[in-house]
Design a protein around this ligand. Sequence first.
Ligand code: GLN
Length: 197
Amino acid sequence: MVRVGVLALQGAFREHLLMLGSLGVDSRKVTRSEHLSDLDAIILPGGESTAMVRVAAGTDLFCRLRESIAAGLPVFGTCAGLILLADRLSDDSLGGYERLGGLDITVARNAYGRQRESFTAALHIEGFARTFDGTFIRAPQILDISPTTEELARCEGRPVLVRQGNVWAGSFHPELGGDLRLHAAFLQHVGARSHSM
Ligand code: GLN
């Protein structure tokens, strides 16, 4: 059985844990680097990236996590989680705080508007027979992606779900709305990888 960690510094980690539970997966909250041992994958939830980087500052959590991801640990960053993974931000609103990086994309924080401009879009996701309702809440916009980054879904002419090897990231909240398919697709990737090792 695979064990999936969910970064639980702030944000929508409980909803991801519930989804993993519904899929029958063993899951664990990750708040310290010790919690990274024996994980088969990790999810970085949405929330507020400024809060997450502040909580992690001064600890070795991001450093260890970056090493694990570079070594192949599958990771799925959603919304604020995508911001943590992006190699480039369009502004320096996270100041000098350490992020993770590892995903060769440029991201603009909050570019889909304010909280009250939140919306749900029916997304055509690569490999899905039916559309997936993606909820966008003060979501980051992906401005560009490298040639090695695959686009799995787009909205309003821009990528909103991407994958680069073991790194998956979406601008929206797949843990809201009760549709388990995207988590299941990520877990399928995790299972395929752990069986091939
Ligand atoms: N706007 C948030 C940030 O920049 C992300 C929003 C979200 O995760 N729903 O961190």
